[in-house]
Design a binder for this molecule. Structure first.
Ligand code: GAL
Length: 782
């Protein structure tokens, strides 16, 4: 039985030896887990602020569990945790990204009580991964994942490794706390229902099950009841997906079908609270990756992430590449011992998640180290033969002990190839080759960068995606990265943010995100890389207008006037949905409306479009000659040329700017963009729930806010602030003034009790929105 104790902790911002004897609760603060040792600003962060040694305290009464074994389980505490039970050091855990547990029974006092004091050290000077040199992400501190009691009887299942394969065979490798000869297990899964004497290995074949797949991630409930004389003494429950993974030279196979990996790297951090987010925001990230961005995989860079996140990947069919903590640096022997132990902990704790297809057993981007990596590989294969092994490097021809050569390829600089051919990176001619990062620091992009910059960001993602698809012998790739993240001073833009995401820190979409979402076919995507404002562009030459879409074609109108149908370009021919290029704002209109012959109209049009593309100053010679020809032989004047340019391309001096883009799929209009100049402001709110549920702990709803004009056009440079007021059973995480950044904002609302709550949004002192929220216990709707 599992009993969450997230709500029972007291916290103090220091640690003293005297706390081992006595904790005066009035000097501690009551906190709820997930907890961070320091709430931070959105940016401009001093990373020393969260590096400290702190204390968490709770008391556990074992009286009602006198016949039980009781474990205290921590799913994540950053970074070195010393667990003292009734004043004695019971356990030290040297890693902030995997769980650990301690048996309480041996430590109880004469009243059956255990006083638990956890000293948590979040100094980045600890000699454990990922520390030792610089790190491109903040590492935060505190007990930031669930804590619970695992209450057991005289005998119980201590471990069950589930291997459920595509041939519909289920193998259970079981370990028991004590001698199991007299016990039985009652096993159910779908229509399997058997009672058998306990064994360490149980195999069931020809099961009546469907396979777990990316598109059809069927999970079955496995229940194992441990029986003693027909009485249930322990229950083990897990979701099971039947699937098999393998790889060869060409790539990665799920159930013998090749999967081209299309993914992004994810950091588990959030603004203000860092790592300390409960289940719901973790789940939301999985949905964003799979459903909003249409990806089939995620790399949990650079450490194991919350089970809540991974369980949602299981549920959604999002393949996971999980790796041990670390960033470039390999430390001394004792540091390496911790890393080796991290491999063990990661695999033992996460190997029942069907979505995980590969373990990363190297320190991200570290140099070769034969002995160290021979050991991590050996342990990984010992603990799990059912998955692939990788290990991310950033240099070519490194020693390949793993199954897959996993490589961060940052070759693309905007003008060259998207990726290296695999031959240039590894000599291996039978193992798979996978790109595990691209773009990122090669082109940081802020939501509030100008249009050209944001478009370049988009193009770079398109280009790499395209070139990865071009190569049949590249297994796929993970872009860097899902969302912007707070980082150390050595990285980022000087404000402790790495603007490398295709989403911002609140998970709002930059235009580069459409390179991904437009590749899926579950929902229609129609987006534009431009606001069509000539003033946003140098010299007023608006160009390279791109429609990111998965539709068949678009119809473009200016005002009431039809311009032209446009079809997907062949700019990125290896993509399923190459974007549409709007390279003609004139269509047949000049020919139809102006007093020129079709041939002359065509010449004028061509010249105007070339001026738009190159600018007057950089006109190619052929354009100049054609213009000269029009002036000398056909009576066109420069003044008329300008007029026509303004009329058909610049749309200068018209009552208002208005473009209409209609998107068609199977000749049906499925989506429309109406681009208008600004008249009125409003905000659009996206949130995952208004009904928070207190279950394991407090709950958090994520709000994403967008500033739009009257036609729902995004306001790229809206940077004003809103004020958020909460009352009742909900509260805001972080400061009440929230500023927009490039037209987007975000905030998190957390529960603080059961009942109703109110969230009010003020803009320029006026109430503009009110959310009636409620907090319930369990799955009851408000
Ligand atoms: C890589 C590194 C990532 C991130 C990225 C930025 O070298 O593995 O963690 O720093 O660069 O592009």
């Amino acid at each position: 039985m599992r009993k969450y104790i997230n709500d029972n902790w007291y916290y103090k911002d220091d640690f003293k030896n005297s706390y081992l004897k006595e904790v005066k609760l009035d000097s501690f603060t009551k906190v709820r887990i997930p907890h961070t040792v320091k709430e931070l600003d959105y940016n401009y962060i001093n990373s020393e602020d969260y590096q400290k040694i702190v204390s968490y305290y709770t008391e556990i009464d074992l009286k009602m569990y006198s016949n039980n074994y009781v474990y205290l389980v921590f799913e994540g505490s950053a970074h070195v945790s010393y667990v003292y039970l009734n004043g004695k050091l019971a356990l030290t855990h040297y890693n902030g990204y995997t769980g650990f547990k301690v048996l309480l029974n041996d430590f109880k006092d004469s009243d059956d009580k255990v006083k638990v004091l956890v000293k948590v050290d979040s100094f980045e000077s600890n000699n454990v991964p990922p520390f030792g040199k610089v790190i491109d992400y903040l590492t935060y501190g505190g007990i930031y994942r669930d804590t619970y009691l695992d209450i057991k009887n005289e005998n119980f299942i201590t471990d069950c490794f589930i291997n459920a394969t595509m041939d519909k065979t289920l193998t259970l490798n079981l370990k028991y706390f004590t001698d199991y000869q007299k016990n039985h297990v009652h096993i159910t899964l779908n229509d399997l229902d058997v009672i058998l004497p306990c064994k360490e290995t149980l195999t069931f074949s020809d099961l009546n099950v469907e396979l777990w797949d990316i598109d059809n991630p069927i999970l079955y409930d496995l229940k194992i009841e441990l029986l003693k004389d027909n009485e249930i003494i322990d229950v083990f429950e897990e979701k099971v997906g039947f699937r098999s993974i393998k790889s060869d030279y060409n790539g990665i196979y799920l159930n013998d079908k090749q999967v081209k990996i299309r993914g992004l790297n994810r950091h588990q951090s959030y603004p203000i609270v860092g790592y300390a987010m409960p289940k719901r925001p973790q789940i939301l990230d999985a949905h964003i990756l799979k459903e909003e961005l249409g990806l089939n995989s995620v790399r949990t860079s650079h450490y194991p992430q919350s089970h809540d996140f991974i369980s949602e990947c299981d549920k959604l069919g999002l393949l996971v590449f999980m790796e041990i903590p670390g960033w470039q640096h390999i430390g001394d022997k004792s540091w390496q011992e911790v890393a080796i132990n991290n491999v063990k902990e990661m695999i033992l704790q996460y190997r029942n998640h069907p979505s995980i297809y590969m373990w990363g057993v190297r320190i991200n981007e570290s140099i070769d180290n034969h002995d160290f990596y021979k050991e991590t590989n050996k342990i990984a294969k010992e603990l799990d033969k059912t998955r692939l092994i990788g290990g991310v490097r950033c240099f070519k021809n490194s020693e390949l002990l793993e199954d897959v050569y996993t490589y961060n390829d940052f070759v693309h600089n905007g003008t060259n190839k998207g990726v290296e051919s695999r031959r240039k990176v590894t000599k291996s001619n039978y193992k798979a080759y996978l790109v595990t990062e691209y773009n990122g620091h090669m082109y940081p992009t802020k939501m509030f960068d100008d249009e050209l910059h944001r478009s370049e960001h988009l193009k770079r993602h398109y280009k790499v995606l395209n070139d990865i698809n071009y190569y049949d012998d590249i297994a796929g790739g993970y872009g860097w990265c899902m969302a912007d993240y707070n980082t150390h001073k050595d990285f980022g833009s000087g404000d402790e943010i790495c603007y490398h995401g295709v989403l911002d820190m609140y998970r709002n979409p930059k235009i580069a995100s459409y390179a991904y979402s437009s590749q899926q076919d579950e929902y229609p995507v129609l987006a534009l890389n431009s606001s069509m404002d000539i003033g946003e562009h140098a010299g007023g030459y608006i160009k390279n207008i791109m429609v990111m879409t998965n539709l068949d074609y678009i119809k473009l109108y200016r005002g009431e006037t039809f311009i032209k149908d446009f079809y997907p370009s062949n700019k990125y021919p290896y993509l399923k949905h190459s974007p549409i290029m709007i390279d003609d704002l004139i269509g047949d209109n000049l020919k139809n409306n102006e007093p020129y012959s079709p041939k002359i109209s065509q010449k004028i049009k061509k010249s105007l479009l070339e001026i738009q593309q190159y600018g007057l100053e950089n006109m190619p010679l052929k354009t100049k000659l054609r213009m000269l020809n029009l002036i000398v032989f056909h009576g066109l004047t420069l003044a008329t040329g300008f007029e026509l340019y303004e009329k058909y391309i610049g749309a200068w001096g018209e009552d208002s700017k208005e473009y209409l883009i209609e998107g068609y799929k199977n000749n049906e209009k499925v989506k429309v963009i109406r681009l208008q100049s600004y008249k009125r402001l409003h905000f659009n709110y996206r949130y995952d729930t208004l009904n928070l549920i207190e279950d394991k702990s407090y709950d958090v709803a994520s709000f994403r806010v967008e500033a739009l004009n009257q036609a729902d056009n995004h306001l790229n440079y809206f940077n004003e602030a809103i004020r958020i007021e909460t009352s009742g059973c909900v509260s805001l995480i972080g400061p009440s003034i929230v500023s927009f950044k490039g037209g987007f904002a975000g905030f998190y609302i957390k529960s603080n009790g059961i009942g109703k709550g109110d969230v009010k949004i003020y803009y320029q002192d006026k109430l503009v929105k009110e959310f009636k929220m409620c907090v319930t216990k369990g799955e009851v709707q408000c």
